[in-house]
Ligand binder design. Structure first.
Ligand code: ADP
Length: 242
């Protein structure tokens, strides 16, 4: 076991269903470990917002809750990782580069067996895989309760998931009262899209847990019960991993 301060070249994959919170946990974990985070969902949203040809192609898949074709997303990500690793090439140890350590977390990638195999070939040597685990009925409540205020553009959650018996303690996160007047669902949080994203997760991504389990028991389960208040448990899991 090592403390976060002496970790070298961390490469952690976060797996988890849409709505499990892995994006939020990933960003907090990256700060904790002081490493880079590569989120394919964020990259795709940036491309779509920039309205590039590439972005328009990605939009056709992602707004329907479908996965973007493997080649497109894999090449996009590998290019970013390779640029990052080239910059850090001479800093193999614990040397700070741009204020960060030489390592990264992957959020939202891989999402299919093809992507996982390609990652093994091109990058290899993962430190470990964290499975962000949240029950499907709770995910559904969370995603249906996720709103955006069309005035101040901030996201918030109207879903209160509280169940003392089972240990759930995720209150609604409302911003200002007036946001409730202007709230809308995110484009990909409409019920039919949510259901197809969850189905795609079950069909394509869930198998990766077994794929990585077969590789030296790399998968650790992070059970979500209390939202951000669960972070110390995630940090402990990762500290034990490296
Ligand atoms: P979520 O996990 O909440 O579904 P993300 O922010 O990770 O959302 O991704 C948003 C969308 O971007 C996905 O629904 C999918 O269309 C696309 N996407 C992200 N990562 C990948 C990937 N690795 N492979 C294919 N499509 C992806």
């Amino acid at each position: 076991m090592a403390t976060a301060s002496i970790i070298k070249n961390i490469r952690i994959v976060l797996l988890g269903a849409p709505g499990s919170g892995k994006g939020t946990y990933g960003k907090e974990l990256a700060k904790y470990l002081n490493v880079e985070i590569f989120s394919t969902g964020d990259m795709i949203r940036e491309e779509i917002a920039a309205k590039t040809d590439f972005g328009n192609t990605l939009k056709e898949f992602s707004t329907k809750g479908l996965l973007v074709p493997d080649d497109l997303v894999t090449n996009m990500l590998l290019e970013k990782i390779k640029t990052f690793e080239n910059i850090n090439n001479n800093n193999n140890d614990n040397v700070m580069v741009n204020g960060k350590k030489n390592g990264f977390i992957l959020d939202g990638f891989p999402r299919s067996l093809n992507q996982a195999k390609k990652l093994d070939i091109e990058i290899g040597g993962l430190t470990g895989v964290v499975n962000v685990d949240l029950k499907e009925d709770i995910i559904l409540q969370k995603l249906l309760g996720r709103k955006i205020c069309n005035k101040c553009n901030k996201s918030f959650s109207t879903a209160a998931i509280l169940n003392e018996e089972e240990g759930y303690d995720m209150p609604a996160l409302l911003r200002q009262e007036k946001c409730l007047t202007y709230m809308e669902s995110h484009d990909d949080d409409k019920e039919d899209i949510i259901l197809s994203r969850l189905q795609v997760y079950k069909d394509e991504t869930m198998h990766l847990i077994d794929y990585y389990k077969k590789q030296k028991d790399m998968v650790k389960v992070f059970e979500v019960k209390k939202g951000l208040k669960d972070l110390p448990l995630l940090y402990k899991i990762v500290d034990d991993m490296v």
